[in-house]
Write a protein that binds this ligand. Structure first.
Ligand code: PMP
Length: 393
């Protein structure tokens, strides 16, 4: 019993600090209106920014993919799991973001988490390498940096001067600057052109995690690279495919030799079963939508929702993190208060996740509302109206 007592004491501690996380069981497809435990909720809680997760064309392609390739891949990519569907997806993604890189090739992954681990462990394998990591980076980049043999320096959020000083002082053989493009819990965008200029000056790689930008940013949805019109052989780009692309998985795009190194040395790539090929087949349909007219009109609608929320939210009552992206964070402060406000919203039939430490820094617990092209203007107005009327202690 002693073993289990220690576990239960940890769980009690989490509870005492209002840090216990709860999973809600969703009974319907990923759309703004969900059934959760038999109750209808209007959700601002997914990363399905373009509303592709339940798009009929993507769902049909998934079904077609299952007919063509079956349910599972059967093995890792380097054994026998690399299907023609994966290969087509990688070729399509290389073509999609390739103009922003040099000699680009793309590599598909089961998740963005694994892609980030693979990038940092493959490029940061050398003990003389150094990783310069932005302080608000996603957990998967933090874990990748921990797993790499490289030493790690964390630079303050968007602080170019501090990063410049660290790079200038470094005599590492390989330097990797690593950053989210759109910060996942704040919604602001990293100063990528300036970061790239620093990397080029100091001969460093710029690893960009565009989990929340791919599909959403840029006229054609090519993400942060298109948004800022970045072009450089120094860029290692990671895009996820379970958010705007609506399905699941991720990819890394970079110079063909970087990709080859990840195939040879990226343990999170090598030692895991390849994703079901049907997912890759469905993703080809997603990428077509993202890059076509429908994607452009979905992005335009999403931008108009973001602007409307910005206008409608009463900023004398709420501390909103400035953001022009679909991620709209409202900082509350304590864990207890954010849970209380989350429960208040739930009482009004709304679902906005309460985000607490360690996902965000201590004392900055927040509501994280995510907008999607699948929302209507009326739904966003409803969220703002309920928030503006909500009682606070
Ligand atoms: N990077 C960022 C910035 C993310 O927000 C996420 C997902 N929350 C990931 C990486 C991981 O991607 P995936 O969900 O595909 O593992």
């Amino acid at each position: 019993m002693k073993l289990i007592d220690a576990i239960e004491s940890q769980l009690r501690q989490l509870d005492e600090q209002s840090l216990t996380r709860e999973r809600r069981v969703v009974e319907t497809p990923c759309k703004p209106r969900l059934m959760v435990g038999g109750r209808a909720l209007l959700a601002f809680a997914s990363n399905d920014y373009l509303g592709l997760a339940a798009h009929p064309r993507v769902v049909d392609a998934l079904r077609e993919g299952a007919d063509l390739y079956g349910a599972g891949s059967g093995a890792s990519h380097l054994i026998s799991g690399h299907s023609v569907a994966h290969q087509r997806l990688e070729d399509r993604l290389a073509e999609f973001v390739g103009p922003h890189l040099e000699s680009a090739r793309a590599l598909s992954f089961c998740t963005g988490y694994m892609a980030n681990l693979a990038i940092l462990t493959a490029l940061g394998a050398d003990g003389d390498a150094q990783i310069f990591s932005e302080s608000l980076n996603h957990a998967s980049l933090i874990d990748g940096a921990r797993l790499a043999r490289a030493s790690v320096k964390v630079y303050p959020h968007a602080d170019l001067a501090a990063l410049g000083a660290l790079l200038a002082a470094s005599n590492a053989t390989t330097k990797l600057v690593v950053t989210d493009s759109v910060f996942s819990m704040d919604g602001d965008i990293a100063p990528l052109p300036e970061l790239l200029a620093l990397c080029e000056r100091h001969d460093a790689w710029l690893v960009i995690d565009d989990a929340h930008g791919f599909g959403v940013l840029g006229a054609h949805g090519r993400g942060a690279l298109e948004h800022f019109d970045l072009r450089s052989p120094n860029i290692v780009y990671m895009g996820t495919l379970g958010k705007a692309a609506g399905v699941g998985g991720a990819f890394v795009a970079a110079h063909a030799s970087v990709i080859e190194l990840m195939i040879q040395r990226g343990r999170p790539y090598i030692y895991t079963t390849a994703a079901p090929p049907a997912l890759a087949h469905a993703l080809l349909a997603s990428i077509d939508i993202i890059g076509g007219d429908e994607g452009a009109s979905r992005r335009a609608h999403l931008q108009s929702l973001i602007a409307a929320f910005d206008e409608q939210l009463d900023l004398t009552r709420w501390q909103r993190v400035p953001s022009n992206t679909a991620i709209q964070a409202i900082v509350i402060g304590t864990n207890e208060e954010v849970l209380r406000i989350g429960a208040g919203l739930h009482g009004h039939g709304l679902w906005v996740p309460a985000i607490r430490p360690p996902t965000v820094p201590e004392g900055t617990a927040r509501l994280r509302a995510t907008l999607s092209a699948a929302h209507t203007h009326e739904e966003v107005a409803q969220l703002a109206a309920v928030l503006n009327d909500l009682e606070r202690t």
